[in-house]
Design a protein around this ligand. Structure first.
Ligand code: ATP
Ligand code: MG
Length: 605
């Protein structure tokens, strides 16, 4: 790979490296360093035309950086403001989710919204799209600019065909289209109708109506939806395909502002790569929530960090944000250490000499200096680690699970394996739905199969399926929700399980239906911990979780002394937990006691 870096960019990289290395020594230059990083973040991206890697330039930044802003046609340094957030606050009852947020989103940029589970990312997107209203402040955007939002409710278009669902992404175009069709169906077509039809035809053409169908078909084909599905009703579509159609709907018609909430969830690697490229070449404004570091690094020109009820925008991708926020933190700590030492020195002087007439003048001036000294209140981040520890109530016997010639139509055929008491099995498949189908059968959720499964007598199993949203369609408080799965109904007992998963105080009493994506997973994990099964089945458990929760889950899975059957697209988790890999592609194609890395190295094509 040939890398071309402009001279000025190379120079700035050197300055950056120097600053990072020597910040603690030349701490007085700390602020300059931070400014430089912002500067390099912006202009670096502006000047760069190609990918550069850690090895090549020695930057403490991993992965590929986004393409240059110039390639996106963005004039430096200011773009046209597309969306402005002015003094926005939002409260849910007594909880202040945001207070006095001020932001500007400019054309041509891709903003990655990051923050802990429950910090308010999805809510922020809902504020931007106007789905919910602010408590205070306002959001402005030019009404001529078209905003498109990735639909979160997978069943919202169940009665529409696949092709029409995509077209419905451009609301105004479809309104014009439907109105036009209705008009031509009229029997008593008047002169006024004729004038209206002319206007509608003009608007239809201006909105790209004549190309709309073929554009939608191209989009569907690119995203991996075959033409055989175009006329299928959305309700008859498998959930994996539905997600893709809804994504195509959001992207359709080149919207001016694109809002995406965790778009990579439930997408296969190939489609994620396609989406990354699509967004890289996208000329308008993208605002996307994601916990996927690779995705954020690849597509983002800016990062919006949601923390402590504030949202701050940083220039650069995720790794730039991470490095500079760590640097600011280090610098603040150093400054505080210095200030504390100086304060002590001053206090000692004042204590010793304030009664001494000849030194009283100096003592007074030192008192003044002491009053002026400020020790910053450092708030590194509100991100916290939940405590995930699975323990089983009953020791596991010799017989765990025998699967014999198991077949599920459309997913797999004649699959057989025997699970041992020390197994932690990662299941892989090119068809991710096959593993979900297998787990549904093993957990007893699906009884429509042929073949045999036999669980050992000592076994009690718990299951985290990929689809659990329906379980949260209730206004039960979290304690009552968890109580449904427990013999022990005592509130203090239930609260202790929720507390481990960071639902403390009032939080444990909120209704289940308002939970964020990651909070739902945390609740499901509380349920699994409480059930204390000796076999646990987990289907993509890291979906929706923030990095802290993924780390805690990884630890909990590694330390579990029972049997684990799981599927995860998180490579590190799979590598550190699994001692056996089973790959199922229609029939069982691979089964070995081996780590994931060994599998990738020796057996993956
Ligand atoms: N109507 C509501 N009433 C009370 N609390 C609410 C309501 N809607 C959302 N919340 C709470 O607001 C917080 C923010 O939710 P949001 O869905 O925006 O989080 P998020 O940052 O998207 O998290 P995740 O990463 O898990 O998706 C959560 O704690 C959620 O429980
Ligand atoms: Mg969310």
């Amino acid at each position: 790979m040939k890398i071309v870096l402009s001279k000025s960019y190379k120079f700035m990289l050197l300055v950056y490296q120097f600053c990072v290395k020597y910040t603690t020594i030349f701490e007085r230059f700390g602020q300059i360093c931070v400014d430089l990083i912002g500067f390099i973040g912006y202009y670096g991206l502006y000047e760069r035309g190609r990918d550069c890697t850690t090895e090549l330039c020695g930057l403490p930044v991993t992965g590929n950086l986004p393409p240059s802003l110039s390639a996106r046609g963005v004039p430096p340094p200011k773009g046209e403001i597309m969306l402005q957030v002015v003094d926005v606050s939002l409260n849910f009852g007594s909880r202040k989710l945001f207070s006095e947020v001020n932001l500007k989103f400019t054309k041509g940029n891709c903003y990655g919204v990051i923050g802990a589970n429950g910090a308010g990312k999805s809510t922020f997107l809902k504020l931007l799209s106007g789905e919910i209203e602010t408590t205070k402040g306002y959001i402005t955007h030019d009404k001529n600019e078209r905003m498109s939002v990735l639909q979160q409710n997978q069943n919202a278009f169940d009665n529409e065909t696949v092709l029409r669902t995509v077209l419905l992404g451009h609301k105004r175009l479809m309104e014009v289209w439907d109105q036009k069709d209705k008009l031509y169906m009229k029997e008593d077509f008047s002169e006024a109708d004729g004038i209206l039809a002319g206007e509608l035809e003009q608007e239809f053409a201006d909105l790209g109506g004549w190309e709309a169908e073929s554009d939608a078909q191209t989009l569907l084909a690119n995203i991996g939806i075959d033409s055989q599905y175009y006329d299928t009703l959305m309700r008859d579509l498998d959930s994996k395909l539905k997600v893709k159609v809804l994504l195509a709907q959001a992207l359709f018609g080149n919207p001016d502002i694109l809002l995406l909430d965790e778009p990579t969830n439930n997408l296969d690697i190939k489609t994620i790569a396609w989406l990354e490229n699509f967004l890289l070449n996208y000329e308008n404004t993208v605002i996307t929530v994601s916990h996927n570091r690779h995705f954020l690094n690849k597509v983002c020109t800016h990062i919006c960090d949601v923390d402590y009820g504030k949202i701050s925008i940083f220039v650069g991708n995720y790794d730039f944000w991470y490095e500079s926020s760590q640097l600011i933190l280090r610098q603040q700590k150093e400054a505080n250490k210095k200030a504390e030492a100086r304060a002590k020195e001053l206090q000692d002087f004042i204590a010793r000499f304030s009664a001494n007439a000849s030194k009283s003048k100096q003592a007074t001036s030192r008192k003044k200096e002491l009053e002026k000294l400020t020790i910053e209140d450092i708030k590194p981040s509100s991100r916290r680690y939940p405590y995930i520890a699975f323990s089983s109530e009953r020791p596991i016997g010799n017989d765990v699970l025998i699967v014999e010639k198991l077949s599920k139509k459309g997913f797999f055929e004649n699959v057989s394996f025997i699970v041992d008491r020390n197994d932690k099995i990662a299941f892989l498949s090119d068809n991710v739905n096959a593993i979900s189908a297998l787990f549904d059968i093993l957990s007893g959720k699906d009884t429509d199969y042929t073949g045999k499964i036999k669980w050992g007598k000592t076994i009690t199993h718990s299951y985290l399926p990929k689809e659990y949203n329906e379980m949260f369609n209730t206004t039960l408080s979290l304690t009552d929700w968890l109580g449904q799965f427990s013999k022990e109904k005592d509130q203090t007992f239930l609260r202790s399980w929720l507390g481990r998963m960071l639902f403390s105080g009032e939080e444990a009493l909120k209704p289940a239906n308002v939970l964020s994506g990651g909070e739902k997973v945390r609740c499901m994990l509380s349920k699994i911990m409480l059930e204390q099964g000796n076999v646990i089945l987990l289907d993509e458990p890291t979906n929706h979780l923030d990095l802290e929760s993924i780390t805690a889950l990884n630890k909990g899975m590694s330390n579990f002394n029972g049997v684990l059957l799981f599927a995860s697209s998180d490579q590190e988790l799979t590598q550190t937990v699994a001692n056996r890999i089973i790959k199922i592609d229609n029939t069982k194609t691979f089964d070995r006691y081996i780590t994931y890395d060994e599998y990738l190295e020796k057996y993956a094509k």
